[in-house]
Design a protein around this ligand. Structure first.
Ligand code: SF4
Length: 703
């Protein structure tokens, strides 16, 4: 921290890490980010966490890609074998013209020979709304198919599926800041202290002023210290636990009958279904005693205003959509939607996963969730996109695209800012798929694990090096401003996508992201009354926005839902066991997630000096009793094995983890958690079961 003389200029922007969307000010000295301050944004009120404050010197890291690269003809076979500090043994430097021609030309040839279904794209929730929009437009218009997806498939696709099905909208019904007006809040399958740290400060304040905080999680997490109830339930039993809570609310007639009659449908079928879930019958399965379940049910139902927050502990299961359906039913049952201090809030992970989804980086949805199969929708986009023909066939999702490579269906892949060679489940399967591709183009700021497999690498801009908007978990569309130029010949992602489109024969003409934003508004009602000019002046505007003066609506659906007859729906959820139950060979449960200091696959935060210094090494968390039983001391190496593979990693003692569990962060390539994870998918959200794999653990060197 320094005084105003210590910097040359300051640029107001948004943090590019998590979905909280904290507003900040980059202090620039000698064309470098000298430090960062939090500023008064609607989500953060000047607060920042460690990543927002200290997570930016990665942009000055010597590993930055500064020139386009093309794979050498005499390069070794594709694999995780490229030195990011010296990639020239595998790649040669190229001009932009040559690289774009090679990248786009081969996609064109594959499309010509095998059709548009043979090529696919992964966009990124780390890019701006305008970049996400352009990317899906390129895949649909240029590649000629809807094979476009992004990391929402790996985090909240099941939550969105359940919300669209039952509420009619995939976004949150209330901001997290609304907790200020609540009496009770449930936080389930989320660890905000680590993953949404600034949001967690609001949750703690809520508890401090007397709000009842009900935390439900198979890991006992830091928020338990503020919790009125901490339910450390058995992993994978969410549906049984939530149905038992709702059983009590119905049985004891605690539900909001007037609300249920006035605003919902499907109640009677739902009521009959949950009769089969008395707490006394579910207690053993969930590991929570019936009395606690009844107390939680009464506490939530009796509150004047209640909110429900959830994270990937809910969504990343083969029953993730059913888990989210239960949470929606619970809120509807108690009438805890549409009023101040009430609402449903899936805490979105990446900084712009809400915006990237809104902008159409989804294989079955055009921007604003218009179904691609709908002829009227395609007509609208044909009109906006100068007569472009859009395939009516929904595309493949992230994991399906990887499987499609093995089947020979997908032959070319364009990856903008994602890292599937680290983030996909059963990642060795994904890496082998990447190696099989006839054509892989990777656009990124570093030579990521995925870029190791590329045929062409396009050097892109980091977030502080470009202007664009991003939409946080609260539905707040916020302005990110360029603070620095990209290094060397690196370019802004939106500019590269336009170059790719034009090299594929499209005639795109955008000079600035504001022109893209204006086009987005033509099909996206969510952006009604939100203009580029307003965002420049006000920094953030929330949707829905009712007028040019309205800052946006923090709470929605007070007067009905965007569904048939304005009613939300109860969808009964069955108990589905995890895809892979522990057994004699694999007796323990592996779960994965993030750490406070590291972001996702670590490509940025492991190159941020302070963050890397605080958390430099891969580690697995186990209960002290589990380590004792194995004769392992904290800091010693252990071997973790599942049916997909094995890794060796340093053991860390953590009482928050149950004795039959292991927790692994997935940011470390040297002990990649996703070597172990299960790729089985939720049938609705198509999200993999990252949160539950059967595993065995032993001291390293032992089998
Ligand atoms: Fe950035 Fe999220 Fe931390 Fe805010 S809470 S500073 S958005 S990482």
């Amino acid at each position: 921290v320094g005084d105003s003389k210590a910097f040359d200029r300051e640029v107001r922007s948004v943090c590019p890490y998590c979905g909280v969307g904290c507003q900040l000010s980059f202090k620039i000295k000698d064309e470098k980010i000298a430090w960062v301050d939090g500023v008064e944004g609607p989500a953060n009120e000047s607060r920042l966490c460690v990543k927002g404050r200290f997570g930016f010197d990665y942009i000055h890291h010597p590993h930055r890609l500064t020139k386009p690269l093309i794979r050498r003809e005499d390069a070794p076979p594709k694999g995780l074998n490229v030195d990011p500090a010296n990639p020239l043994g595998h790649f040669r430097e190229a001009t932009w013209g040559e690289a774009i021609a090679a990248a786009a030309g081969k996609f064109g040839a594959l499309k010509e020979r095998w059709g548009g279904r043979s090529v696919a794209g992964f966009g990124s929730a780390k890019c701006s709304n305008e970049e996400a929009y352009l990317f899906q437009k390129l895949i649909r218009q240029g590649f000629g198919h809807n094979n476009v997806d992004h990391c929402t498939r790996l985090c909240h696709a099941s939550s969105v599926a359940a919300l669209i099905e039952n509420v009619g909208s995939g976004a949150v019904t209330a901001t997290f800041n609304e907790i200020e007006n609540a009496d009770v809040a449930i936080v389930i399958g989320a660890n905000p202290t680590e993953n949404h740290p600034v949001a967690a400060t609001y949750f703690k304040q809520f508890a401090k002023r007397g709000g009842k905080l009900i935390v439900m999680d198979p890991r006992a997490q830091a928020l338990r210290r503020q919790a009125s109830h901490m339910l450390q339930f058995r992993p994978g039993t969410d549906v049984a636990l939530l149905n038992a809570i709702m059983h009590v609310i119905v049985e004891e007639k605690l539900y909001d009958r007037q609300y249920v009659e006035g605003f919902t449908e499907g109640f009677f079928e739902f009521r009959d279904h949950i009769k089969g879930f008395p707490p006394e019958k579910m207690a053993d399965l969930c590991g929570i005693d019936a009395g606690t379940i009844r107390d939680v049910a009464r506490t939530f139902a009796d509150a004047k205003a209640g909110m429900i927050f959830w994270g990937m502990g809910v969504s990343q299961h083969i029953h993730g959509t059913d888990n989210a359906r239960c949470l929606i039913s619970l809120a509807l049952l108690c009438g805890h939607v549409g009023r101040p201090g009430t609402g449903l809030h899936p805490l979105r992970g990446q900084n712009n996963v809400q915006g990237a989804s809104d902008a159409g980086l989804i294989p079955q949805m055009m921007p604003d969730y218009h179904p691609v199969a709908d002829a009227e929708v395609r007509d609208l986009f044909r009109h906006i996109w100068d007569g472009a023909e859009i395939s009516p066939e929904p595309g493949l999702t992230v994991v399906e695209i990887m499987d499609g490579i093995y089947r020979g269906q997908i032959r070319g892949l364009y990856v903008m800012g994602e890292n599937p060679a680290m983030s996909d489940p059963d990642v060795e399967h994904a890496r082998k798929a990447l190696a099989r591709l006839e054509h892989l183009v990777v656009q990124d700021v570093f030579l990521t694990e995925t870029a190791n497999f590329a045929d062409v690498i396009l050097p892109a801009s980091a977030w502080p090096e470009k202007t664009g908007t991003a939409t946080n978990t609260n539905r707040q569309v916020q302005m990110g401003r360029k603070a620095l130029n990209p290094p060397g010949e690196a370019r802004a992602d939106w500019r590269i996508v336009i170059d790719m489109a034009n090299a594929m024969g499209l005639d795109w003409d955008y000079d600035h992201p504001r022109e893209v934003f204006a086009e987005m508004k033509m099909s996206m009602r969510s952006l009604h009354h939100i203009t580029w000019k307003r965002l420049e002046q006000e920094n953030a505007v929330m949707y829905p926005c009712l007028s040019t003066e309205d800052p946006g609506q923090p709470v929605v659906f007070g007067d009905g839902f965007p569904r048939r007859a304005g009613r939300a729906k109860f969808t009964p959820a069955r108990v589905t066991p995890p895809a892979e139950a522990p057994d004699a060979a694999y007796p323990m449960i592996l779960t994965t997630g993030r750490q406070l200091e590291h972001w996702h696959t670590g490509s940025m935060t492991r190159r941020a000096s302070v963050l890397d210094a605080v958390e430099p090494e891969a580690n697995a968390s186990l209960h002290p009793s589990t380590l004792r039983k194995m004769g392992v001391r904290p800091g010693e190496m252990i071997r973790i094995e599942t049916r997909r593979g094995a890794i060796e990693i340093m053991a860390r003692e953590d009482r928050a983890v149950a004795p039959d569990m292991v927790f692994l962060p997935f940011a470390y390539v040297e002990a990649a958690a996703n070597v172990l994870t299960n790729p089985q998918l939720d049938p609705w959200g198509k999200i993999p079961e990252f949160k539950f794999s059967a595993c065995r653990v032993a001291p390293a060197g032992e089998r």
